[in-house]
Design a protein around this ligand. Structure first.
Ligand code: RTP
Ligand code: MG
Length: 150
Protein backbone atom coordinates (compact mmCIF):
# COMPACT_ATOMS: atom_id res chain seq x y z
CA UNK A 1 0.00 0.00 0.00
CA UNK A 2 1.82 3.06 -1.26
CA UNK A 3 1.34 6.44 0.37
CA UNK A 4 0.93 8.82 -2.56
CA UNK A 5 0.36 12.49 -3.23
CA UNK A 6 -1.86 13.67 -6.05
CA UNK A 7 -2.96 16.97 -7.55
CA UNK A 8 -6.67 17.77 -7.47
CA UNK A 9 -8.17 20.82 -9.15
CA UNK A 10 -11.67 22.00 -8.35
CA UNK A 11 -12.34 23.48 -11.76
CA UNK A 12 -13.90 26.89 -12.56
CA UNK A 13 -17.40 25.46 -13.13
CA UNK A 14 -17.43 23.92 -9.64
CA UNK A 15 -16.18 27.13 -8.01
CA UNK A 16 -18.81 29.17 -9.88
CA UNK A 17 -21.52 26.68 -8.93
CA UNK A 18 -20.53 26.88 -5.22
CA UNK A 19 -19.71 23.17 -5.23
CA UNK A 20 -16.13 23.57 -3.99
CA UNK A 21 -16.92 22.70 -0.39
CA UNK A 22 -19.08 19.75 -1.39
CA UNK A 23 -16.32 18.34 -3.58
CA UNK A 24 -13.57 18.96 -1.02
CA UNK A 25 -15.74 17.26 1.60
CA UNK A 26 -15.91 14.11 -0.47
CA UNK A 27 -12.13 13.83 -0.50
CA UNK A 28 -11.88 14.66 3.20
CA UNK A 29 -14.64 12.21 4.09
CA UNK A 30 -12.83 9.52 2.14
CA UNK A 31 -9.86 9.98 4.45
CA UNK A 32 -7.43 11.82 2.21
CA UNK A 33 -5.15 14.32 3.94
CA UNK A 34 -4.86 17.85 2.56
CA UNK A 35 -1.18 18.86 2.35
CA UNK A 36 -1.62 21.90 0.05
CA UNK A 37 -4.56 24.11 -0.89
CA UNK A 38 -5.02 27.41 -2.73
CA UNK A 39 -7.54 29.43 -4.74
CA UNK A 40 -5.89 30.69 -7.89
CA UNK A 41 -6.40 31.90 -11.44
CA UNK A 42 -4.99 29.61 -14.14
CA UNK A 43 -3.22 31.61 -16.85
CA UNK A 44 -2.90 30.54 -20.49
CA UNK A 45 0.74 29.67 -19.81
CA UNK A 46 -0.15 27.53 -16.80
CA UNK A 47 -2.92 25.83 -18.78
CA UNK A 48 -0.46 24.90 -21.55
CA UNK A 49 2.00 23.52 -19.01
CA UNK A 50 -0.59 21.50 -17.12
CA UNK A 51 -2.37 20.20 -20.22
CA UNK A 52 0.80 19.80 -22.34
CA UNK A 53 -0.46 16.43 -23.63
CA UNK A 54 -3.57 18.12 -25.05
CA UNK A 55 -2.17 21.38 -26.47
CA UNK A 56 -2.20 20.10 -30.06
CA UNK A 57 -5.65 18.53 -29.81
CA UNK A 58 -8.67 20.09 -31.51
CA UNK A 59 -10.47 20.60 -28.20
CA UNK A 60 -7.55 22.46 -26.58
CA UNK A 61 -8.72 26.03 -27.38
CA UNK A 62 -12.03 25.35 -25.64
CA UNK A 63 -10.25 23.61 -22.76
CA UNK A 64 -7.97 26.64 -22.35
CA UNK A 65 -10.94 29.01 -22.45
CA UNK A 66 -12.71 26.95 -19.80
CA UNK A 67 -9.84 26.36 -17.39
CA UNK A 68 -8.84 30.06 -17.48
CA UNK A 69 -12.44 31.33 -17.21
CA UNK A 70 -12.39 31.73 -13.42
CA UNK A 71 -10.49 30.64 -10.36
CA UNK A 72 -9.73 27.04 -9.50
CA UNK A 73 -8.90 25.50 -6.14
CA UNK A 74 -5.70 23.49 -6.29
CA UNK A 75 -5.29 20.75 -3.69
CA UNK A 76 -2.38 18.46 -2.99
CA UNK A 77 -3.83 15.42 -1.26
CA UNK A 78 -2.09 12.50 0.39
CA UNK A 79 -3.21 9.00 1.20
CA UNK A 80 -2.78 5.32 0.41
CA UNK A 81 -2.94 4.97 -3.37
CA UNK A 82 -4.33 8.51 -3.43
CA UNK A 83 -3.88 8.84 -7.20
CA UNK A 84 -6.21 6.01 -8.18
CA UNK A 85 -8.56 6.68 -5.27
CA UNK A 86 -9.12 10.25 -6.51
CA UNK A 87 -9.49 9.16 -10.13
CA UNK A 88 -12.18 6.64 -9.24
CA UNK A 89 -14.02 9.19 -7.08
CA UNK A 90 -14.01 11.67 -10.01
CA UNK A 91 -15.62 9.33 -12.54
CA UNK A 92 -15.01 9.31 -16.26
CA UNK A 93 -14.39 12.46 -18.30
CA UNK A 94 -17.92 12.97 -19.63
CA UNK A 95 -20.44 13.69 -16.89
CA UNK A 96 -23.21 12.10 -18.92
CA UNK A 97 -21.36 8.77 -18.97
CA UNK A 98 -19.91 8.97 -15.50
CA UNK A 99 -21.39 6.60 -12.92
CA UNK A 100 -23.74 7.91 -10.25
CA UNK A 101 -21.83 8.15 -6.99
CA UNK A 102 -18.85 9.74 -8.65
CA UNK A 103 -18.33 13.51 -8.55
CA UNK A 104 -18.76 13.95 -12.29
CA UNK A 105 -21.63 11.46 -12.35
CA UNK A 106 -23.49 13.22 -9.55
CA UNK A 107 -22.98 16.88 -10.47
CA UNK A 108 -22.49 17.30 -14.22
CA UNK A 109 -23.70 16.55 -17.73
CA UNK A 110 -20.80 18.11 -19.61
CA UNK A 111 -17.71 16.52 -21.17
CA UNK A 112 -15.70 19.71 -20.75
CA UNK A 113 -17.08 21.36 -17.62
CA UNK A 114 -16.50 18.30 -15.50
CA UNK A 115 -15.84 19.92 -12.14
CA UNK A 116 -12.61 18.28 -11.07
CA UNK A 117 -9.14 17.22 -12.20
CA UNK A 118 -6.98 14.53 -10.69
CA UNK A 119 -3.51 13.39 -11.69
CA UNK A 120 -3.85 10.26 -13.82
CA UNK A 121 -0.73 8.42 -12.61
CA UNK A 122 2.42 8.72 -10.49
CA UNK A 123 4.38 10.51 -13.23
CA UNK A 124 1.58 13.01 -13.76
CA UNK A 125 1.29 13.65 -10.01
CA UNK A 126 5.06 14.24 -9.72
CA UNK A 127 4.91 16.65 -12.67
CA UNK A 128 1.70 18.47 -11.73
CA UNK A 129 2.09 19.13 -7.99
CA UNK A 130 5.14 21.41 -8.51
CA UNK A 131 3.28 23.31 -11.25
CA UNK A 132 0.79 24.48 -8.63
CA UNK A 133 2.74 24.39 -5.37
CA UNK A 134 6.17 25.61 -4.31
CA UNK A 135 7.86 23.15 -1.92
CA UNK A 136 7.22 25.47 1.04
CA UNK A 137 3.51 25.55 0.25
CA UNK A 138 3.20 21.82 0.94
CA UNK A 139 2.69 21.26 4.64
CA UNK A 140 3.95 18.19 6.47
CA UNK A 141 2.00 17.46 9.61
CA UNK A 142 0.96 14.54 11.74
CA UNK A 143 -2.66 13.47 11.54
CA UNK A 144 -3.90 11.09 14.18
CA UNK A 145 -6.72 10.12 11.81
CA UNK A 146 -4.15 8.27 9.71
CA UNK A 147 -4.05 5.57 12.36
CA UNK A 148 -7.74 4.94 11.70
CA UNK A 149 -8.06 5.31 7.94
CA UNK A 150 -4.79 3.93 6.54
P1 RTP B 1 -8.52 15.90 -16.34
O1 RTP B 1 -7.20 15.73 -17.06
O2 RTP B 1 -9.01 17.33 -16.32
O3 RTP B 1 -8.47 15.30 -14.96
O4 RTP B 1 -9.66 15.08 -17.12
P2 RTP B 1 -9.57 13.63 -17.78
O5 RTP B 1 -8.23 13.01 -17.48
O6 RTP B 1 -10.78 12.89 -17.38
O7 RTP B 1 -9.70 13.98 -19.31
P3 RTP B 1 -8.59 14.36 -20.40
O8 RTP B 1 -8.78 13.45 -21.55
O9 RTP B 1 -7.23 14.44 -19.78
O10 RTP B 1 -9.05 15.80 -20.86
C1 RTP B 1 -8.70 16.96 -20.11
C2 RTP B 1 -9.89 17.87 -19.99
O11 RTP B 1 -10.16 18.45 -21.28
C3 RTP B 1 -11.56 18.61 -21.43
N1 RTP B 1 -11.97 17.83 -22.60
N2 RTP B 1 -12.73 18.30 -23.54
N3 RTP B 1 -13.50 16.51 -26.57
C4 RTP B 1 -13.63 17.45 -25.68
O12 RTP B 1 -14.34 18.40 -25.86
C5 RTP B 1 -12.86 17.34 -24.46
N4 RTP B 1 -12.20 16.26 -24.08
C6 RTP B 1 -11.62 16.58 -22.89
C7 RTP B 1 -12.22 18.14 -20.14
O13 RTP B 1 -12.36 19.27 -19.27
C8 RTP B 1 -11.20 17.18 -19.62
O14 RTP B 1 -11.35 17.01 -18.21
MG1 MG C 1 -6.38 14.04 -17.91
Amino acid sequence: MALERTLILIKPDAVQRRLAGTILSRFENKGLKIVGLKLMQVTKELSAEHYAEHVEKPFYPLLEEFITSGPVIAIAAEGPEAISVVRSMMGSTNGRESAPGTIRGDFGVSRQMNLVHGSDGPEAAAREIPIYFKPEELVDYESSLSAWVC
